[in-house]
Ligand binder design. Sequence first.
Ligand SMILES: Nc1ncnc2c1ncn2[C@@H]1O[C@H](COP(=O)(O)OP(=O)(O)OP(=O)(O)O)[C@@H](O)[C@H]1O
Length: 585
Amino acid sequence: MASREPAGARNFNVDLRGIVDLLSRHLYSSPRVYVRELLQNAVDAMTARGTGTDAAGGAAPILFETADGELRVRDSGIGLTEPQVHELLATIGNSSKRDGLGLARHDFLGQFGIGLLSCFLVADEIEVVTRSAAVPDAAAVVWRGHADGHYTVAPGRRDEPGTTVTLRARRDFGHWLEASTVRELVRHYGALLPCDVRVDGERVTEATPPWERGRDELLGYGTRVLGAVPFDAVELAVPEAGLRGAAFVLPYESDPSERAAHRVYLKRMLLGDRVESVLPEWAFFVRCVVDAGELRPTASREQLYDDDLLAVTRERLGDALRSWLVRLAATDPERMRDFLKVHYRGVMALAVHDTEMLRIVDEQVPFETSEGTVTLAELRARHRSIRYTPRVEEFRQLSGIAAAQGIALVNGGYVYHVDILNRLRRLDPDLDVRRLEPSELATRFGPVGPGVEFAARDFLVAARRALAGAGCEPLLRSFSPASLPVVYLDGDPGGHGADAAADGVWAELTDTGEPERAGPRLVFNHRNPIVARLTSTPNVRVVELSVEALYGYALLTGNRPLRPDDVAGVNRAFLGLVEHAVREG
Ligand SMILES: Nc1ncnc2c1ncn2[C@@H]1O[C@H](COP(=O)(O)OP(=O)(O)OP(=O)(O)O)[C@@H](O)[C@H]1O
């Protein structure tokens, strides 16, 4: 039969050293992967033999033995015949674990036909003594592969079918083959393998994965994974991906901008500890440990191959976490509050994109409003129209005025608040929610006229005295609403507060020829009947006490924090006024 190859065709030569160098520099993150590849080949050989890998089913153990700078890995798997040795061990890229179409066969961990080469990262020579279980009375074969690219095959000695791989450390790589390193690495990669793997006689595999061992054990496992007791453990299952596992809710705050890394096993073999792609980006508040039978690894076996199944899996895991949150909010509000205390920033970030999260924020997260610290859901129940200021300072200036005019004002000055407020209509389509416009507040700080100013001069002197301790100046003006006796104005013209408010509602309101403000001011409203009477009260003591009380009132209505001195001043004023009232009465 005529050859299909054109005349003169030649085969590529392979520079093995170059390939090993390529693997070590560009494919594998560390030489330690050699343990994973040996483990994987032994498990696959057991699977291929059909004796099963289940230790409970009586399968013989896979043995790692270290001695004199050598590592020996013995399995009682399918083994290889001499032709297979040439075809599979000595042909780079060839694998017995792919079907006729070149697709990975389902039951096996390996598929690429390059794994064994990783042994050259730590050894100059790989020796394989093997005897096939597939062919009756097959002869044992010894294959010795060398890092320089040559190999030898000779008759070997082996009583039972199976394979023994022996590595002798390269110079300066001895530590990779030491007993303690090998034990740690076999445990790292193989702890969840459903078979009996032993290192120097000690079993390192666990009988059942943590998510099949009951809740207490699962939480104990989560504690080891996180280094702290998890806030909760959420069991995960995605049947399409053959996935089982758990998400451990972090008991500490995590940075939402950092992609969370999860521990992923494929067919019970560790893929990696820092796999990002298995969960949606927003799931920053958990660390997952999952095992999937159907997801595919990349060639380095350190990340997941990004295909449709991975996308579906990510979505399903996202759904599971979202349901957990919704359930927590519905069944245990107190714990939900604890959760929010830890993951506040992240949840807020998520609510900007996700409607379910938005609902949770709406119902659970308290916002600063002109009606105190309440949830948006509470505020929506009272008002069909909500306004916000995009800056904290502006909110502080206007909150009291808004409250006096019955306007529901929200402080939108914190990260994500404005975005969340603007998305509220998704939950409540009829809600009117907008940034506060200057025209909506009827307030203008008008002058009081020379006559009133003159008559109030004693009042202003007394007020100045009463406010001196607080570092605040009194100012008498006339403004709406008349029900509001005083407003506290921040000073700090060069500081953040004034700058931030410079182009906002506040700037419009105060742009009425106000004298240059150097420090904070307490603006008295002459249109308010109590203030009007106060300005003509001859009793200086009453004026001072009232001014101190009104100062505290202005701070409170402006949602400003009260310093200890402020609290003391309010107490003094309150008791003094009571005493005066009692005496007068
Ligand atoms: N312990 C073993 N027992 C039997 N056959 C083995 C053993 N180790 C390796 N082989 C054979 O050698 C082939 C090549 O192994 P190698 O580890 O290079 O690649 P692979 O396991 O097929 O794929 P991957 O690169 O994904 O690990 C395997 O497909 C298998 O047929």
